[in-house]
Structures are given as C-alpha cells and as structure tokens.
Design a protein around this ligand. Structure first.
Ligand code: NAP
Ligand code: HSE
Length: 431
C-alpha cells in the first residue's frame, strides 16, 4: 500500500526530505518495506529557485491542498516558527493525519497542546529531527534507555554555535565570519539570533528533558545564555588551563528536582565532548543502570536532518509510531517537572577580570569571593603590556551559582575593575 505524504515547507530540510522521497524510493522501500509517495509541498514564494530534482507540479501555496486532501496520510511540518506551523499542525492532527515535525521551537513552547491533540485524534507526533539532526536521540531516550532512571543529559545540541566556537578556536576566525559560514551551509535558523543566544539549544533541552525525566518542562524556567558575548581572549585562557569552550545544554537530577541550563561551558580538552567540532552534535546521557552513553553525529544541515525525518515517516507509515504514542507514558506525561533554580546549582567557575595593575586589588577580589565561600583553584595573571588594566583569570572550586553571580556584581562595582567580568561555568565528569 502506498502512503501519501504532504510537506509543509521546502527550505533546507524540506528540500532534502523531498529529494530523498523522490530519488531514494527504492532504497526506502527495500529497507523499510514502505512505499512512500510525496504528493504535495507547501511553499510561500513561487518565484524562489528550487531543487531541479523536485517537479514544480508538486508545489502549492495553499495549505488546504495538503490539510484537506484525504489521500495524504502523513503531514511533515518543516516550515519552522510558531505560527502558522502550530495552526497547520493542529489542523493536520484534527483531520486524522499523522504528524512529523522538525520544529523544536514549536514543541518546546506548545508541545503539550500538540501532543494532547494527537492523543485525542488517535494519531502521533514524530519529532526525531527536532533534536540532534541525524542522531537518533529521541529513539535512544524513549526506547533504548527506557529501563533507566536518567540522572543527567549533557549535550552540544546546536550545530551553528559549535561550528562558530570550533572555527574561532581552531583557525582564529572572527565570530561574524564563522557565523556567516554556518548560515551559508544551512545550519542556522532563519533568524540566527535563536542559535547564538542559546534559544535553539534551550528548545532542544526542553524536549530532551521532558523525555529523560518524564514531565513537562516549563520553558521559561530554563537558564539560557548564548555565545554572542564570547571573547577570543577567554578561549585562549581556557586553552592555557586545559579546557575548550562549548555551548552546552544541561539537565540534571537533584533529588526530586531537575536543573535545566544552557550556557557556554568549559570542558576538559580530553573529554569526548571537548572533541566534538564543526556542525557535529553530541549528547551524553547518564542512566542509573546504563551508566554514561554518548550519541554523536551531524546536528544540522538538510541531509542529516532529512535522515531523522525519514525515520519518523517510516515509523508513521508502518503504524509503530501511533502505537508507541498510545502506549508509551514517556510520550504522554502531564505533570510539570520540579525545577531547581540555577542559583542553587554548584559547579566550578572561570572568571576573567580586567584589573587595574595596582596594590591591594587582588586582596579585595579574593575577600569578596571568600566571604561567599568561593575558594580559588587556580589563578593566571600575565604582565601588563600596553594597558594599565591586566586580565586576571581565576578558576574557582565548586560553588553555588548564586554566590558567584552575587560576588561578581560586587567585584564589578570596585574601583579598579573594568566591568563586566567574564564568567564561564565549568563542567566536570561524570557526564
Ligand atoms: P528554511 O530553510 O527557512 O525553510 C522553511 C520553509 O518553509 C521554506 O520552504 C518556506 O517557504 C516555508 N514556509 C515558511 N513559512 C511559510 C508559510 N507561512 N507558508 C508557506 N510556507 C512557509 O528552514 P529549515 O532550515 O529548512 O528549517 C525548517 C524546520 O526544521 C525548522 O523548524 C528548523 O528549526 C528545523 N530544523 C532545521 C535544521 C537545519 O539544519 N536547517 C535541522 C533540524 C531542524 P519558501 O521556500 O517559499 O520561503
Ligand atoms: N539551527 C540549528 C542548529 C539547526 O544549528 O543546530 C539544527 O536543529
């Protein structure tokens, strides 16, 4: 039996999915046993240049041509953004269609409503492509690790940021040149602010944490900071101390609560995650029985993402996706997770102050840190060259985030400090 598919969107991801459905039909049928037929593709702009592999007769600018077509069984939303993607997704489910989406932004904010609509319609939502590009991380969390109490999820989940950070470190490229290259390669979101400010990683963390810990994630409770203020000098100091900087999405269990944070993080250079470069993603998951497992692969780009979308299409066509959706509580949790605020999360911290090179400054700084129980693990200061201000780098022992932020507010008010002090959190194994 042929399963007809409608695509909402034909950009970086949509075009790669369409090309696969059209040119890899035989391979897909041989490997999955499914006969898949792409019937219609929704676009916005008919004048745009498109892939020559896709017949122009498939395009439409009218969503009804897909959402009201009874022959179309699977709707694949690869438009991005919240609206009209949300309206179209809900309409598709209400019409009894099976939904596949790569839209982490939509799921992080409105996943509960979309999943409820799918359950009411006896349908399903496939969302493997929403996190980690080609990496089957949704499969791993919902099935491979189902027997585990998950303790920690630590991921490099944004290809654009990882590309920028690794290019800046490896080749000395500027932030803006590296970002432009990531955009040209199709890694970035249409508005790359979402990537570089950490929003996209937070969307993915909301999805991964919901699956890992079995509860809804109140998106606004995720601490988010991005790489848009990263300074080259900190990457160099980090290297001197044996670290590399990665934008990490971290979810950890602390008793009955979960901490959720996205921020630039120093990781030991020899750790596996410290060696994930370019647009690659890697996600480490610690389960109480499995111990640590790590998933690695291309996290962005049309073809890697299409691989995950196609996996969802096959599961929907086979009927396993609707069955799982009905039977697996991990996909239907209702209660919200209890969140531990970042102020209470303890870690080590890298601090770089620009300090006036005069007596007594170090004494004042260490005094402020010491009053809040923050102990120093390492300190680096090179001789001043052409400036009266010298960079003073401090690596702390583990201390609660709130204490460090409070100390920095006080330090930045000292006469003799050129604020703001740069602050990068450090992550230590196990993860
Ligand atoms: P994109 O290149 O900007 O493509 C978006 C497509 O949706 C375009 O074809 C656009 O039409 C169409 N579209 C947008 N709004 C529309 C509207 N109102 N009506 C009709 N068509 C509309 O985006 P993308 O990079 O493929 O990303 C698509 C989704 O996949 C997003 O949710 C993104 O977060 C997610 N994702 C992307 C990647 C990646 O590496 N790029 C990886 C994983 C997940 P036109 O072509 O006519 O403009
Ligand atoms: N903009 C996203 C990234 C696409 O760079 O990771 C993949 O989700």
């Amino acid at each position: 039996m042929t399963t007809h598919i409608g695509l909402l969107g034909c950009g970086t991801v949509g075009a790669a999915v369409a090309e696969m459905l059209l040119t890899e039909k035989t391979l897909l049928a041989r490997r999955s046993g499914q006969t898949l037929a792409l019937k219609r593709i929704l676009i916005r702009d008919r004048a745009k240049a498109r892939s020559p592999a896709i017949p122009t007769t498939l395009y439409t600018t009218n969503p009804d041509d897909i959402l009201n077509d009874p022959e179309i069984r699977i709707v694949v939303e690869v438009m991005g953004g919240v609206n009209p993607a949300k309206t179209f997704s809900l309409r598709a489910l209400k019409a009894g269609k099976l939904l596949v989406t790569a839209n982490k932004h939509l799921l992080a904010l409105h996943g509960a409503q979309i999943f409820r609509a799918a359950a009411q319609a006896d349908s399903c939502v496939g969302f493997e492509a929403s996190c980690g590009g080609a990496i089957p991380i949704v499969l791993a969390l919902t099935r491979g690790l189902v027997a585990n109490e998950i303790q920690q999820v630590v991921g490099i989940v944004n290809g654009t940021c990882n590309y920028i950070l690794s290019e800046m470190s490896a080749t000395g490229k500027s932030y803006s040149v590296a970002l432009a290259e990531a955009q040209a390669a199709g890694f970035a979101e249409p508005d790359p602010t979402l990537d570089v400010t950490g929003g996209d990683s937070a969307h993915k963390l909301a999805i991964l944490a919901a699956l890992a810990f079995g509860g809804q994630v109140p998106f606004g409770r995720i601490h988010v900071s991005g790489i848009n203020h990263i300074d080259d000098m900190d990457l160099r100091f980090g290297r001197e101390l044996g670290y590399v900087c990665k934008l990490l999405a971290i979810a950890e269990k602390h008793g009955q609560s979960i901490s959720l944070r996205v921020h630039p993080t120093f990781i030991a250079r020899q750790h596996l995650l410290g060696n994930v470069n370019g647009s690659f993603n890697a996600i480490a998951v610690v389960g109480h029985v499995s111990g640590q497992t790590i998933y690695y692969g291309r996290g962005a780009g049309g073809r890697p993402t299409a691989s995950a979308v196609l996996a969802d299409i096959v599961e929907a066509a086979m009927g396993t996706a609707p069955l799982l959706f009905k039977k697996l509580p991990l996909l239907n949790h209702r209660a919200a997770l209890r969140i531990l605020p970042i102020e209470n999360v303890s870690s080590r911290h890298y601090l770089r102050m620009q300090v006036l090179d005069r007596p007594g400054m170090l004494h004042q700084i260490t005094g402020i840190l010491g009053q809040r129980g923050i102990s120093l693990a390492a300190m680096v200061q090179h001789e001043a060259r052409n400036d009266q201000y010298v960079p003073l780098v401090i690596m702390t022992h583990a201390a609660p985030d709130g204490n460090v932020v409070e100390a920095l507010t006080k330090i930045d008010r000292l006469r003799g400090i050129r604020s703001p002090t740069r602050h990068i959190r450090v992550i230590d194994p196990p993860f």
